[in-house]
Design a protein around this ligand. Structure first.
Ligand code: SF4
Length: 100
């Protein structure tokens, strides 16, 4: 925060430097989990051809319960059918297969 002179204090600057990596990590996580805006045309085309949607209309059938899903975290993972593409755990496509 600026002090009474409108200048940033040393403590404020150190605080901002300390939290910057956390903010960047949070943004990277959000962007890495199938942010549609970051997908290539090929990735979008593949998702469209598989009828991918998020969130899944049937709560029992979603990526996290699919045999092709490898979880990276609680809310996203990789899909083997999408060439290892990152998908949200709550998504689903027409090729969903129950995890064994
Ligand atoms: S095959 Fe479909 S339902 Fe299964 S993880 Fe990939 S996108 Fe999700």
């Amino acid at each position: 925060m600026p002090d009474s002179d409108g200048m940033l204090t040393r403590r404020t600057i150190l605080g901002l430097v300390a939290i910057a990596p956390l903010a960047i990590a949070a943004q990277a996580h959000a962007a890495s989990c199938a942010d549609p805006a970051t997908l290539s045309a090929a990735q979008k085309s593949m998702r469209k051809s598989l009828g991918f949607k998020s969130p899944a209309p049937d709560p029992a059938k979603h990526c996290a319960t699919c045999a092709f899903f490898t979880g990276k975290g609680a809310d996203c993972g990789q899909c083997a059918l999408l060439s290892g593409g990152i998908v949200p755990a709550n998504g689903v496509c027409d090729s969903w297969a129950k995890k064994g």
